[in-house]
Design a protein around this ligand. Structure first.
Ligand code: NDP
Length: 448
């Protein structure tokens, strides 16, 4: 007993320097530990719900609509649980992530410094997400052609969907656990929001800011590759399944595929822009980001393509044109607003942004108050949401499930805007109040 006490007394506490660099987080977000518990339970269950309870008999399935208790019994049956733990699907999922990790390390790309961190360091990042995107497709095509397999192996995705979803969820839990444990290594720079001391909360929010293995940055790798590239690969597999079932791809599927691929290719091409997003500059890497990018993005953003395999449909030229126009409008707002801010911050003398009016803050940075950023404080979110809506519309109105993305994304963006507003208020103090009095609307001009 006495021995233990002595040991505890002798154990070195965090040094003053360490405490200064990694202060304890005093403020909970997302309802604190209760919200964190919701993240690790409810969200994976929701993704599993879409995987198991939606299919050719309906979204949600007819069985569920007729008798949800009967369905619960099926879900909890040993046989069903075994289909969820699908070893082939796990192997395929792991192989996919492994190939992307290899590409991230071996493919060439510009190496650029990220934002200056609290400890004065600037980490370097290699930009090769776009190259990884087309190379993984080239690799897949080469394998299918070389082995003379045709397109049919790609239906594996549809046939093993529940297994793939389960694999991605298990992987998200494990990666988050690994980075949480790693964050206790001496010298780790912690996220200001993820160091509360509550293990579950910190595990979910992310304790370490930039977990790395050597030069390999786990957060940066996860940010765009498994989620976005995985999303398009899965979409393509669903389109192939539709093609093999019907002998053609419907125009609704074509539209969804085109919109999603365009969005992803644009994000990957502009990879550098992600270095200034909240995810990279201030959020820690924990379950929220890991699950979001290993599971949520690829497994729920593909709902529309999967729905169109089960309920194929064509749309009229008029519908096609209107939906296309909505997408172009959303993209135009989204891309030009984001590029304008990026250009203004990185190259303020460029003719494209030199004329912009701005508010000079005491912190030294300038806040744009004209053009896109004078219309609303997050006009970029509005553009993004309009695109989200245009992705759902090709599915028609037979079920609300394909609209899940637009509904969830609206909630995400509203919440994200509040979070950003909170952190900007801390960063800019009274300058932020002044900015808000000039640019009054949060997202939708004249409405919100
Ligand atoms: P923003 O790109 O809007 O960045 C917000 C930051 O920009 C603020 O913290 C502030 O940082 C700076 N800023 C705010 N107002 C101004 C201004 N008037 N002038 C200059 N700088 C300003 O937010 P996000 O990083 O959240 O989003 C980036 C894009 O990613 C958006 O288009 C969004 O829709 C999209 N997105 C998509 C998601 C998806 O799942 N598809 C998820 C999340 C985002 P500072 O002053 O410190 O530089």
């Amino acid at each position: 007993m006495a021995d233990n006490t002595t040991k505890q007394e002798n154990r070195p506490g965090p040094s003053a320097n360490e405490q200064e660099l990694n202060p304890k987080t005093q403020h909970y977000e997302f309802l604190g530990p209760i919200g964190a518990f919701g993240f690790v339970t409810v969200l994976p269950l929701l993704v599993l719900f879409f995987a198991t309870c939606c299919g050719p008999s309906g979204y949600p399935s007819q069985d569920l609509l007729n008798d949800w208790r009967g369905f619960l019994a099926i879900l909890t049956s040993r046989e069903h649980l075994l289909t969820m733990l699908d070893w082939k699907a796990m192997a395929v999922y792991l192989a996919f992530v492994a190939v992307l990790a290899v590409f991230a390390n071996v493919l060439s790309g510009d190496v650029i410094p990220g934002t200056t961190l609290r400890n004065g360091q600037r980490l370097k990042y290699r930009l090769n997400a776009f190259a990884s995107f087309y190379n993984i497709f080239l690799l897949l095509i080469a394998l299918l052609v070389q082995l003379k397999l045709g397109l049919s192996p790609l239906t594996f995705v549809y046939d093993h969907w529940v297994g793939l979803v389960t694999a991605s969820i298990l992987f998200s839990y494990l990666v988050s656990l690994a980075v949480y444990i790693k964050s206790f290594q001496p010298g780790a720079l912690l996220a200001l929001g993820g160091n509360t001391g509550n293990a579950l909360y910190d595990y979910v929010i992310g304790r370490e800011l930039n977990p790395r293995i050597g030069e390999f940055d786990i957060k940066f790798f996860t940010e765009l590759r498994p989620g976005l590239i995985g999303w398009i690969m899965l979409n393509v597999c669903f389109a192939v399944k539709q093609y093999l079932d019907l002998g053609r791809v419907t125009n609704a599927m074509g539209l969804v595929l085109f919109f999603h691929t365009w969005y992803v290719a644009d994000g990957l091409w502009n990879e550098e822009a992600c270095l200034t997003t909240m995810d990279i500059t201030s959020d820690g890497f924990g379950f929220m980001l890991a699950f979001g990018l290993y599971t949520w993005v690829p497994m729920t953003y593909t709902l529309q393509a999967r729905y169109l395999v089960d309920f194929p449909r064509d749309i009229s030229y008029l519908e096609f044109g209107l939906i296309f126009a909505l997408n172009i409008l959303g993209y135009y707002i989204f891309r030009s607003a984001n590029s304008q801010k990026n250009e203004f911050r990185t190259n303020p003398e460029s003719p494209a942004v030199k004329h912009l009016k701005y508010l000079k803050t005491e912190r030294g940075t300038k806040l744009i108050i004209s053009s896109w950023w004078g219309i609303s404080r997050h006009i970029n979110y509005l553009g993004d949401w309009l695109m989200a809506l245009s992705w759902c519309l090709p599915c028609g109105f037979g079920s609300a499930v394909p609209y899940f993305y637009a509904i969830y994304f609206a909630i995400l963006l509203i919440h994200r805007e509040r979070r950003d507003d909170y952190s900007c208020r801390i960063k800019y103090g009274k300058d932020w109040d002044k900015y808000c009095s000039i640019v009054k609307y949060r997202i939708i001009p004249g409405i919100y």
